[in-house]
Write a protein that binds this ligand. Structure first.
Ligand code: BYC
Length: 340
């Protein structure tokens, strides 16, 4: 059963007192029962339907963080549009960065269906209250970083996002289907760009290896803290928002990436990475969680720069929003006049 009293264990021997949940009206109880049944049956919850407040809040948190990640995620790669090595690579990169902007917009729209406004969400981002993916607070030092972001960062993103296509909240699940299709193209273009570099000069190969060394551990951390330290996981999974745990997704990513690294001809920078016959999975080394939390909490190498760039873009774009609104008002007034 998926009720609001998940965290209240029933005593088995009757020796301890049960926590008494706050009284709910019979109507609310009936709604809760309907909601639980839908979740149990693996059905979808749609915007106008009743849902527990905590479910709504969790979704607003996760979807808005996801939207912010897409929007901030445009910045590290956007830096390379003017320095792409060929017209073909520039066109691909422009399209990719534009796709990320689109993903952010679908996701803001999905979060709006839960009753939050875009202004509220953007304000939380711009004032540093909202989180976005840790991965975008690291610098892109050379062209190989763009390929590695496609291969590893987008690869990790897809691994995390495919299960979200089955999320219990309809608008989020549907947005993720299109996002995943586009992310899959992003991942392949990154891998292909790296394959080309790995057939190039010694310097080009060294650039790829250097970029892999710098991004590998950050990508493993992207999946979030270990399951034992993940406060939102149990509830998220019971509500069918999260389908696979942080550690299980991380493991899937490692197992999928090892053979790809072999084909590419790069070494993954982990001396403890090895196949474990018994587990039928790769063992891997320790992730630096102190560094992860420092970055999540605003102290990574590029946090201030990323947020500063977003705030500036928002302020610089104020006249465009004002002009679009004024135009819409004029059109509306004209239509009303014509209709009168
Ligand atoms: N970075 O209890 P947990 C992309 C936070 S976009 C920062 O496990 P949950 C791409 C977490 O929010 C990639 N913070 O949480 C775009 C929570 O804090 P709050 C973004 C992180 O929600 C452009 C706390 O740690 N993808 O790939 O059960 C170009 C405890 O964590 C991170 C999504 O957003 C992190 N890495 O699970 C290229 C996917 N990890 O909120 C690529 C949707 C954890 O309690 N989101 N935290 O203050 C999710 O799937 C889940 O929210 C997470 C975390 C797996 C990220």
């Amino acid at each position: 059963m998926y009720t609001q009293s998940f965290n209240v264990p029933d005593s088995t021997d009757g020796s301890t007192l049960k926590v008494v949940p706050p009284a709910a009206s019979a109507h609310e109880e009936a709604l809760q029962t309907q909601f639980d049944a839908r979740i149990d049956a693996d059905g979808k919850i749609e915007p106008r339907e009743w849902m527990p407040e905590a479910y709504r809040k969790t979704l607003v948190r996760q979807i808005s963080q996801h939207a912010h990640s897409e929007i901030v995620g445009m910045l590290p790669e956007g830096n390379w549009i003017s320095r792409a090595p060929s017209l073909k690579r520039k066109a691909i990169l422009i399209a990719k960065v534009q796709d990320e902007g689109g993903h952010g917009l679908y996701l803001y729209s999905a979060a709006e269906t839960l009753g939050t406004s875009r202004d509220q969400m953007l304000d939380a981002l711009h004032t540093g209250k909202a989180k976005y993916s840790s991965i975008f607070n690291y610098p892109t030092l050379n062209w190989a970083d763009v390929g590695v972001i496609g291969w590893l960062v987008d690869g990790a993103a897809i691994m995390n996002q495919i299960p979200l296509c089955r999320c219990s909240y309809g608008p989020y699940a549907r947005a993720m289907i299109r996002v995943c299709k586009e992310e899959s193209f992003h991942q392949r273009q990154g891998y292909e760009a790296l394959l080309v570099m790995m057939q190039g000069t010694t310097e080009q190969k060294a650039m790829v290896q250097d970029a892999v060394n710098r991004w590998w551990w950050k990508c493993l951390a992207m999946f979030g803290p270990p399951d034992a330290d993940s406060p939102n996981s149990v509830q998220g999974m019971r509500w069918g928002i999260k389908r696979i745990s942080n550690d299980d997704l991380r493991q899937k990513f490692v197992d999928a990436t090892v053979p790809q690294a072999k084909v590419l001809g790069v070494t993954l920078p982990d001396p403890d990475l090895k196949w474990n016959e018994e587990r039928q999975a790769h063992d891997y080394g320790q992730i630096d969680w102190d560094e992860f939390w420092a970055t999540v909490n605003g102290n990574g190498p590029c946090n201030k720069e990323r947020l500063g760039t977003r705030v500036k873009a928002w302020n610089d774009g104020a006249w465009v929003r004002d002009a679009a609104l004024a135009h819409a008002h004029k059109q509306q007034a004209r239509q009303m006049k014509e209709a009168a």
